[in-house]
Design a protein around this ligand. Structure first.
Ligand code: DC
Length: 219
């Protein structure tokens, strides 16, 4: 069984997907983390981020694993190294779009994601899961929220981690990421025709999780 949750940054997808996976006792697949992990490697190796061929070659020889262990946060392992923290840096966040817009990279990622989906039941979150990766998924959701609310959630999240946040800059970055995600030619952010649209503007994370869980009949 595959449940897909797509939507823009800051809509709460990862938190919802993580909690839902726990509730249903299935794996959690954070596909954004996979694109981020490859970005970490490309930045370290100082690969030209405009060079699609080099990025595709890099993707083909990089092993990215998502490690689900009961009761523990998801671990992102790149070539055997735990990069779970490194993938959350601002530099990585700002550069992942170069990786994500490269069609050769997306092919490698999509293949890998499909293999993971064949091996186990899971909740996956991303941008193209319902449209490209798992077009036949049993349950598809598109999670959205007002732009201002998405900004506020990101600000609160970063402040809770003790980071100093420039709200205006964050809003600009988020708008830019929305544009990049929706306008790329391969795997753009788009609601699948058969996905259930959820506007989480006035909903808590638990309400969203309960709503999705109530729609999912475990087989
Ligand atoms: O969900 P996130 O913010 O961790 O995603 C990081 C980046 O990866 C974001 O720029 C969008 C991109 N992404 C993508 O293109 N396709 C996915 N399935 C998931 C994420």
């Amino acid at each position: 069984m595959v449940i897909t949750i797509d939507g823009p940054a800051g809509a709460g997808k990862s938190t919802v997907a993580k909690r839902l996976a726990k509730k249903l006792d299935v794996a959690f697949m954070d596909t954004g983390a996979m694109y981020r992990a490859l970005t970490v490697k490309a930045l370290r190796l100082k690969i030209n981020l405009e060079d699609a061929q080099a990025l595709t070659g890099l993707a083909a020889k990089t092993v990215i694993d998502l490690c689900n262990e009961a009761g523990k946060p998801l671990k992102v392992i790149m070539d055997g190294e735990d990069v779970s923290e490194a993938i959350r840096s601002l530099d990585v966040t700002n550069n992942t779009f170069y990786i994500a817009r490269t069609s050769g990279v997306r092919h490698v990622m999509v293949d890998h994601q499909r293999r993971m989906g064949q091996q186990q039941s899971m909740v996956g979150d991303g941008r193209d899961l319902g449209t490209v990766v798992f077009p036949k998924a049993e349950y598809k959701f598109y999670l959205d929220a007002d732009f201002k609310v998405r900004c506020k959630r990101r600000v609160d999240e970063l402040r809770a981690k003790g980071q100093v946040v420039d709200e205006e800059a964050l809003a600009k970055d988020l708008a830019e990421r929305d544009h990049q995600d929706m306008s790329r030619t391969v795997g753009p952010l788009k609601q699948a025709d058969d996905a259930v649209h959820i506007d989480s503007t006035a909903m808590s994370i638990d309400q969203v999780v309960d709503f999705i869980a109530s729609r999912v009949r475990l087989t």
